[in-house]
Write a protein that binds this ligand. Structure first.
Ligand code: SAM
Length: 217
C-alpha cells in the first residue's frame, strides 16, 4: 500500500469512526488525520492499521481501537504544555497523539522490546516523548506531579501511587473493572484524598501487570 492509500484510509477513519461518533475536538481530529498509525503496527498488520478495532502488536499486547484512543484523549482535555503521564506505552501511538496536542509526555511500559520499538517510531516522526521501562503502577515519581494521567491497561482499582502523583485539580482516565470487562473511568482529583469518578463507557483492555495491578496476577 502507498502513502496515499494510507492517507485515504486515515481520512475515512477520522470521518467514519471518530467524527460520526461524537469526537469533535478539532485539534484532536487533526492529530488523528496527521499521524501515520500504520507505522505503529507490525509490518504484516499495516493493511489493517485503520480498522475499527484494536490490533496485536506482539508480546500479547495491543494497540487500542482508534475510537477508544480518541475518547480517552478527549476526556483528558489536554492543554498545551500539560505534563501527562501515560502508563502502557505499547506501540507509542497514544504518546504521539498526546505529543501532537502539545503535551509533555512521560510514558512507562513494562516490556523493554515494545518500549524500544515505540522509541524508534516516535524518534523517526520527531515526537519527543520521555520513555521509561518499568512497573507503571508505581508511576514516575521523579517528574510528578502530573496535570493528567492516562492508563492504557486495565486494573481492578486506582493504583495509589498514580493518584498521589496526580496534581490536585488534575484528571486521570483509566479502565477499571474485572479482567475481561471494564468501565472507562474519569477521575478528577479534588483534594489530597478526594476524587470525583465518572464512567464514560464500557471497554476491554489488556491487564495492568504490576504491584498495583490485578491482585490475582
Ligand atoms: N497506549 C498503547 C498504544 O498506544 O499502543 C496501548 C497500550 S496496550 C493496550 C497496554 C500496554 O500496557 C501494554 O503494552 C502492556 O505491556 C502495558 N502494561 C501492562 N502493565 C503495565 C505496567 N504495570 N506498567 C507499564 N506498562 C504496563
Amino acid at each position: 500500500m502507498s502513502d496515499l492509500d494510507f492517507k485515504f484510509l486515515r481520512e475515512q477513519m477520522v470521518a467514519r469512526q471518530l467524527k460520526s461518533r461524537g469526537i469533535n475536538d478539532d485539534k484532536l481530529l487533526y492529530a488523528f488525520s496527521k499521524i501515520p498509525r500504520e507505522l505503529f503496527v507490525p509490518q504484516d498488520k499495516r493493511a489493517y492499521a485503520y480498522d475499527d478495532s484494536p490490533l496485536p502488536i506482539g508480546l500479547e499486547q495491543t494497540i487500542s481501537q482508534p475510537y477508544i484512543v480518541a475518547v480517552m484523549t478527549q476526556a483528558l482535555k489536554i492543554k498545551e504544555n500539560d505534563k501527562v503521564l501515560e502508563i502502557g506505552t505499547g506501540s507509542g501511538y497514544q504518546s504521539a497523539i498526546l505529543a501532537e496536542l502539545g503535551a509533555k509526555v512521560y510514558s512507562v511500559e513494562r516490556l523493554l522490546d515494545l518500549s524500544k520499538r515505540a522509541k524508534e517510531v516516535l524518534d523517526y516522526l520527531g515526537y519527543r516523548v520521555n520513555l521509561k521501562v518499568g512497573d507503571g503502577t508505581l508511576g514516575w515519581l521523579e517528574f510528578s506531579p502530573y496535570d493528567k494521567i492516562i492508563v492504557t491497561a486495565a486494573g481492578d482499582r486506582i493504583p495509589q501511587p498514580l493518584f498521589e502523583q496526580l496534581k490536585i485539580g488534575g484528571r486521570m482516565v483509566i479502565p477499571l473493572g474485572e479482567r475481561f470487562s471494564q468501565n472507562l473511568t474519569v477521575i478528577d482529583k479534588l483534594s489530597k484524598k478526594e476524587m470525583r469518578k465518572e464512567v464514560i463507557c464500557g471497554c476491554i483492555f489488556v491487564p495492568l501487570i504490576g504491584d498495583y495491578g490485578y491482585k490475582d496476577n
